[in-house]
Design a protein around this ligand. Structure first.
Ligand code: SF4
Length: 325
């Protein structure tokens, strides 16, 4: 289905990425030591349930679609091994996050949720709230009855207007999402919403638009709250961005401990792989230089910020670093 292209902030004629950047993990293009992030405390373990999704969104950072199975469905048994490792080694993980693709397409998801919740972890599931969730709603209700608000779901809504949401997500994606969202709210689930900052609007405009949507649908979500409505910047790895050197932390006044990779890791199962592997975060699922090993014990080392997403999504946030090149 041909989709009209929505104007993104990145559709601004910015330069293509200099291919000499992000080559050497040790140093930047200017020969400065590349920034690293130490694991301060492993608080959240993300499980990628597989890259397949029931829809195909414009600009999906993980390129999920009904055909992309580069990340296979992880199994309940494989996830349980990581929960065993957390408990066995006394790691300080408090939250297990599930992301995809669309997590509810993985048949093992209800079992994985049950396993994590029954061991006392908080659980967060990122979902589009469409048919795959709808088909599992009885199991989901039963899990909520057993575990209450230890289970939270974050629903992706790309825009507060149906037409713009569907320009990103495809035709007929609004009504099934609203059906799922309203069902989750009516059942008393703990829910939040994720949207994009890619539109030709200010953050204030976007939050005001979502406030109208939440009020109109009777949802008790605060669009002014960064926790209730999480807004993510666009991620375009082809756009030219500065590299991040160790000097950048001071120049920018950014604390490495605030990066996702200071408190998180993500497990993925690559198609055809014998075992899952651990990555530093949810943002770099395909770049093999970020593979840290098969166990959490293998994945406690510092992370070298050798990817454009490290700069644009995590460190710079629109600022610039003169030491970064
Ligand atoms: S994108 Fe880079 S800086 Fe951001 S969390 Fe992942 S590894 Fe860390």
């Amino acid at each position: 289905m041909a989709q009209a292209k929505v104007r993104h902030d990145t559709d601004n004629g910015s330069k293509a990425l200099n291919p000499a950047k992000f080559r050497d993990p040790a140093v930047t293009i200017q020969g400065q030591p590349r920034a690293r992030v130490a694991l301060a405390r492993l608080e959240t373990l993300w499980i990628n349930t597989g890259s397949l999704c029931n829809i195909e969104c414009d600009g999906c950072y993980i390129e999920s679609s009904p055909k992309n199975d580069r990340l296979a469905y992880i199994t309940r048994q494989e996830v349980a091994a990581y929960l065993d490792e957390i408990e066995g080694k006394g790691l300080p993980v408090g939250e297990i996050g599930f992301t995809g693709g669309e997590p509810f397409m993985n048949r093992d998801l209800p079992g994985m949720l049950e396993d994590a919740l029954s061991r006392g972890f908080r659980v967060l599931v990122l979902t589009n709230a469409m048919a795959p969730l709808w088909q599992r709603r009885d199991e989901l209700s039963a899990i909520r009855e057993r575990h209450g608000n230890a289970l939270a779901l974050r629903v992706s809504i790309d825009h507060y207007q149906p037409e713009r949401h569907e320009l990103i997500r495809g035709r007929d994606t609004w009504a099934p999402m609203v059906r799922g969202l309203e069902w989750l709210a009516a059942e008393g689930f703990s829910i939040t919403v994720a949207a994009r900052l890619t539109w030709d609007e200010t953050e204030a405009d976007i939050r005001a638009g979502f406030a109208g949507l939440f009020e109109g649908r009777g949802l008790s979500l605060d669009a002014g709250s960064a926790a209730d409505l999480v807004l993510f910047p666009d991620m375009d790895a082809t756009r030219d961005v500065p590299e991040i050197s160790e000097a950048c932390w001071n120049v920018l006044g950014v604390d490495p401990a605030d990066m996702m990779c200071a408190t998180s890791r993500m497990v993925v199962k690559r198609r055809g792989a014998a075992a899952p592997v651990v990555l530093p975060c949810t943002l770099l699922p395909y770049d093999r230089q970020f593979e840290m090993g098969e166990t959490l014990a293998d994945a406690l080392n510092p992370v070298t910020l050798n990817h454009p997403h490290c700069a644009t999504f995590c460190v710079l946030g629109g600022a610039s670093c003169s030491g970064g090149g």
